[in-house]
Design a protein around this ligand. Sequence first.
Ligand code: DX5
Ligand code: ZN
Length: 231
Amino acid sequence: MLDLTAKPARPLVAASILSADFGAMADDCRSALAAGADLLHVDVMDGHFVPNLTMGPDMVRCLRKHFPDVYLDVHLMVDRPDLFAEPFIEAGANNISFHLEVSQPMRPASAGGIDAAALIDRIHKLGTHAGMVVNPPTAPDGLAAYLDSLDVVLVMSVNPGRSGQSFMPQVIDKAKWLKPRLRPTTRLEMDGGLNPQTIATARNAGVDMIVTASALFGATDRAAVVRALKA
Ligand code: DX5
Ligand code: ZN
């Protein structure tokens, strides 16, 4: 199993299964891992936080069965991550990331906003890494209170909802603001529109965990894509 928080932090490539062939999931994941991907990224969408609907804990359970030693990074694009963290951890997730946009005070308690500190604590008590995510329009300072307890900070470089969108360069300043504020063992992850053409700007901002869906699964030479992302 990958030791996510070990130093020195070489860049990791996370294969987002959103662009895999859902009818041949294990084979497609095996191909991505053989091409050099370090871990699998699981995009969970609830049809509320984002309009799209994707996958639940059973996907993670099956991935864990087929890949007992592969790190599973679960990205919860859901309104109520507090209801779903435990089922995904029980199914075999290694990291649970949830959005700042559904956390108090950005979303008030009266509107269902969750207590991020309490959720991070619950995730950690279950022996799992915890991450928080910011969407492109969201300022990063709301994360400041949590940075010392996070294993992963994920900067979205597209508006979440689907793969295959164009990289939004305006999020780079946010990554640069976050990087020096992270613990040395915390990963700075970026997600959306990353490919061999857009990766340099992300890497220069300190990104050391690279999510890729369409660029990787859409390529005929997947190993060449992973090499270019890590170069
Ligand atoms: C977007 C998801 C991403 C997505 C990335 O809502 O969180 O993980 O799959 O897709 P690409 O790499 O194609 O932009
Ligand atoms: Zn994602």
